[in-house]
Design a binder for this molecule. Structure first.
Ligand code: 13P
Length: 210
C-alpha cells in the first residue's frame, strides 16, 4: 500500500474511532509501518480531526523526519515494532471500558480479561497482560512494554489504556475495538460466573485465525 493510501486510511480509521467514542479529546495515538520508517499521529492531535499531510513521519530508527511534532508515545510504539517483527501498525486508546479494567487492582495481571468471545481471542488474544503504570510519554515504559509485547499482541497500561498491534492498520484498529467490547463484557459479567471459552476452543481459534 502506498504512503498516500496509508495516510488517508489512518485519517479515516482514526476519525471513525473518534466518532464512535473510542477516543475523546486528544487521547490516543496511532502508527503504521512504511516501507522505510513509520507514520504516527502528531502529539496533542484529536483522532477525529487529523490532517493526512501533517502526520509525523519517522525514519526506520524512529527519528522524526517531517510532518508535525510526533506523539510523545513514540517509545510505546517502538516497543511493539521492535518486539513484534510482524507488527504493521500500533493503536493506543484510552477507551473507557478497557481503561476501567486497567484500573482494577484485583485482576490477573498476566491475563486480566478472560477468553469470553472468539473475536477477542482472534484479534487481541490469547492474553493481554497489564504493564505497570508510567506517566504518559515516560521513556521508562519502553522496556516494560517491549518485554510484555514479546509474548502478546496487546497490553493494558495500568490506569492508562490499551495498546495493540496488528499486521495492518485495519487489523490493529479492529483489535482495539474488540478489546473495548471484551472489556465491556467482562465488566458486565463480573460476579456472574460466565462460561468461558475452553483451552481447546481457544487453541482451535488460534490455529484457524492466527
Ligand atoms: P499524544 O497526544 O502525545 O499522542 O499523547 C496522547 C496519549 O494518548 C498519551 O498516552
Amino acid at each position: 500500500m502506498s504512503e498516500q493510501v496509508l495516510r488517508a486510511q489512518l485519517v479515516e480509521l482514526a476519525a471513525s474511532l473518534f466518532a464512535r467514542g473510542f477516543s475523546v479529546g486528544s487521547a490516543g495515538n496511532i502508527s503504521v509501518r512504511l516501507e522505510e520508517g513509520y507514520l504516527i499521529t502528531p502529539t496533542n492531535s484529536s483522532l477525529g480531526r487529523l490532517d493526512a499531510a501533517s502526520l509525523s513521519r519517522l525514519d526506520a530508527g524512529f527519528a522524526h523526519v517531517d510532518g508535525a511534532k510526533p506523539s510523545k508515545e513514540v517509545f510505546m510504539h517502538r516497543a511493539f515494532y521492535t518486539a513484534r517483527p510482524e507488527a504493521g501498525a500500533v493503536v493506543h486508546l484510552h477507551s473507557t471500558m478497557a481503561t476501567a479494567v486497567a484500573c482494577l487492582p484485583d485482576v490477573d495481571p498476566a491475563n486480566p480479561i478472560p477468553p469470553l468471545t472468539p473475536y477477542f481471542v482472534m484479534r487481541a488474544g490469547p492474553s493481554m497482560p497489564v504493564v505497570p503504570y508510567y506517566r504518559p510519554g515516560d521513556a521508562a515504559m519502553e522496556p516494560a512494554i517491549h518485554a510484555a509485547a514479546r509474548g502478546a499482541r496487546a497490553v493494558l497500561l495500568a490506569n492508562h489504556g490499551p495498546v495493540v498491534s496488528g499486521p495492518s492498520l485495519r487489523d490493529a484498529v479492529y483489535a482495539a475495538e474488540e478489546i473495548e467490547e471484551a472489556a465491556k463484557l467482562f465488566l458486565l459479567l463480573r460476579g456472574a460466573n460466565p462460561r468461558l471459552l475452553t483451552a481447546a476452543q481457544t487453541a482451535d481459534l488460534l490455529s484457524h485465525f492466527g
